[in-house]
Design a binder for this molecule. Structure first.
Ligand code: NDP
Length: 287
């Protein structure tokens, strides 16, 4: 394989990816809507393409790291002829449906689209410890796997459906953003009492570290359709979340987020699941 790659999109992620390729001695061509973001990379030997079309034509392997898929279409507008023969490895995040549509779009243009779902932040790019989801044509993945591992560590190929890597990414985002918002809620509540974020950090960290055992416990039961309220009852969850809402309100902290959790628990109790496990709210989530 030629050790040569194009990186389109130089936000914090794209910059880290292009830098990781340079570290490994790859010949790197870059393009970004705002050209100045390429300055440090060019100083290290990267080539700044004059246009998105030139960036595509420079290499068979083209890594895209943009804010979303519409940014890819906006970037490659007018350069569609140059997609033929390229393997577009799209590490921008978006929905599974966007990934499937992009795969069809690339195929119609004679190119190949491989979807990636990167979970790790920029400082970890290039580390062998990180793991990244991929899906799409297996042959394209196998051909470029070594080059992909340079930027995204261990690669986790989920299958030929281009939407699968995006789905796995979204599953993790469903957990990540609300988990972080829960943390910020705790920071706001602590702050209202003069307690600093750093002071509660060890306790919050321990709380999140213990989540694994809850997840394993509930996963087995949920898959077995078991929502028995032998260790936790939804009515207990309602009472507990009422305490959380009131504790925040009493401290003058916004309650929108805990109130949303309380509302979900109350809907479950109103539906008759009060004596069951709080996992029974799952039954209300499926449409
Ligand atoms: P951003 O998500 O902020 O994306 C920045 C890039 O998108 C820049 O190259 C920017 O160009 C380009 N862009 C934005 N809008 C347009 C547009 N309309 N047309 C053309 N280009 C556009 O930066 P990140 O590097 O943080 O993220 C890249 C991807 O990686 C995202 O999909 C993100 O969800 C994902 N990701 C990010 C992580 C992180 O911790 N940062 C972690 C895991 C995944 P310009 O420089 O000109 O503004």
């Amino acid at each position: 394989m030629s050790r040569s790659v194009t990186v389109i999109g130089l936000g914090p992620m794209g910059q880290a990816m292009a830098a990781a390729y340079l570290d490994q001695g790859y010949d790197v061509t870059v393009w970004n809507r705002t050209p100045s973001r390429a300055d440090a990379l060019v100083a290290r030997g990267a080539h700044l393409a004059a246009s998105p079309e030139d960036a595509l034509r420079a290499n068979e392997l083209v890594v895209l790291s943009l804010i979303d898929y519409p940014a890819m279409y906006a970037t490659l507008k007018g350069a569609e002829d140059a997609v033929a023969g390229r393997v577009l490895v799209n590490l921008s995040s978006d929905t599974p449906e966007q990934a499937r549509a992009a795969a069809r779009w690339a195929e119609e243009l004679g190119g190949t689209h491989l979807t990636g779902g990167v979970l790790s932040p920029p400082p970890t790019i290039g580390s062998p410890d990180m793991s990244t989801f991929y899906s799409g044509p297996r042959t394209a993945y196998d051909t470029h796997r070594e080059a992909l591992e340079v930027i995204t560590g261990k690669t986790d190929f989920r299958g030929e459906d281009p939407g699968l890597a995006a789905l796995m990414y979204q599953l993790n985002m469903v957990v990540f953003w609300p988990a972080m918002l829960a943390y910020w809620q705790a920071v706001a509540l602590a702050g209202a009492h003069g307690i600093k974020a750093a002071d509660i950090a060890p306790y919050v960290t321990e709380n999140y570290a213990g989540m694994g055992q809850f997840i394993d416990f509930y996963a087995a039961r949920i898959d077995a359709g078991d929502h028995t309220g032998d260790v936790d009852r939804l009515s207990m969850g309602v009472a507990s979340m009422e305490h959380v809402v009131h504790t925040n309100a009493d401290a003058g902290v916004d309650t929108a987020f805990p109130q949303a959790v309380l509302d979900a628990f109350r809907r479950g109790a109103d539906a008759g699941f009060g004596a069951d496990s709080f996992s029974s709210v799952l039954k209300l989530m499926k449409k």
